[in-house]
Design a protein around this ligand. Structure first.
Ligand code: SF4
Ligand code: SF4
Length: 79
């Protein structure tokens, strides 16, 4: 989700490998059907305007939490 903190710099738009971010005024529009949840847009945003509420990121986190390796003994578990 792109919040109102977006300054319209375009960095996320240029970085997204899936071309899932589209110019749509401010804030920009993220097409959830294209987003793979890689998180690159979040890392590149200079004003932390993108919050991890993208459906694909949520789904990825859910999959990790439900994976067989997500145990208390495993370092990959997200708590
Ligand atoms: S990188 Fe951040 S500030 Fe720049 S356009 Fe994207 S969301 Fe807006
Ligand atoms: S998390 Fe989604 S919108 Fe952001 S760079 Fe990755 S594919 Fe693009």
């Amino acid at each position: 989700m792109v919040t109102d903190r977006c300054q319209g710099c375009g960095a996320c738009l240029l970085t997204c490998p899936e071309h899932a971010i589209r110019p749509h005024g401010r804030p920009l529009l993220v097409l959830d059907e294209l987003c793979t949840g890689c998180g690159e847009c979040i890392e590149v945003c200079p004003v932390d305007a993108i919050e991890e509420k993208l459906d694909a990121i949520d789904e990825k986190l859910d999959a990790i939490e439900e994976s067989p390796c997500a145990t208390e003994e495993s370092p990959c578990a997200i708590k």
